[in-house]
Design a protein around this ligand. Structure first.
Ligand code: URA
Length: 234
């Protein structure tokens, strides 16, 4: 397959965009910079990189971003920067969307994909995909708070939350593990106990972890991560 065809088949670059990216020396095949669109490759054998990041030949795209504060979990926003704006422009036409939402003032792991079925399933409470968050609270929280929150409690709108887990790290910080993702859930859980979340960061989404991905950075899921994400969602 021609290299430019590979990029357009992956919906990453049009032929014209591909030409310009190739000219700039941003593409490598098996570690060697390639500047010609008609260069022949074997998509499932050769390692193709764009700006040093390996492009895995696949039907759908799966990426991870570390969302900073102030960025919104949406595909478009008239005012704020979105999680998609953290990716290079070439990826805009892939039809990616965030798998679940983090609040504007929450940081951490967001999955971006265009695989609607896996995303839908990964978010379904029935699949019990656990999301891990680091939190800090304004006031210290008690063991009674932990028992009430982890058992599941009734929020102001009458919704009763699913049981969850809390791992205490200090007087006013810890990890919380949820298998559902209701609007402002963690803030409302602590709010229901008269406390306030002052910092929230998603550390893990099922088997996917933030690792050393810095705020504002993105990367492709590895093949193993993609498999785990899609399998967990089945
Ligand atoms: N719960 C919240 O309150 N906010 C988030 O961003 C995620 C979970």
């Amino acid at each position: 397959m021609r290299l430019d065809k590979f990029f357009s088949s992956q919906k990453i670059l049009s032929r014209r965009e591909c030409e310009s990216v190739l000219k700039k020396g941003r593409v490598a095949v098996n570690g060697l910079t390639v500047k010609k669109g008609d260069f022949k490759i074997e998509p499932d054998k050769d390692e193709i990189t764009l700006d040093g990041k390996v492009i895995t030949y696949q039907k759908y795209a799966y990426m991870l971003v570390n969302k900073p504060i102030g960025v919104v979990s949406a595909t478009e926003d008239g005012r704020d920067k979105t999680v998609l704006d953290l990716l290079p422009d070439e990826f805009k036409k892939l039809g990616l969307f965030p798998c679940g939402r983090l609040d504007k003032d929450t940081t951490g792991l967001v999955v971006l994909t265009n695989d609607g079925v896996s995303a839908h399933n990964a978010l379904s409470p029935k699949k019990h995909v656990e999301k891990k968050y680091y939190f800090e609270t304004a006031d210290s929280y008690s063991e009674e708070d932990v028992s009430a929150i982890t058992a599941g409690l009734e929020l102001k709108d009458g919704y009763v939350t699913k049981p969850c887990k809390i791992e205490r790290l200090g007087e006013n910080c810890g990890y919380i593990y949820l298998t559902e993702g209701k609007y402002h859930e963690i803030k409302r859980l602590f709010g229901a106990r008269g406390n306030k979340i002052t910092s929230l960061k998603r550390i893990a989404f099922g088997a996917l972890t933030l690792g050393d991905l810095k705020e504002g950075e993105w990367r492709y899921m590895t093949e193993e991560e993609t498999e785990l994400f899609c399998k967990a969602a089945k």
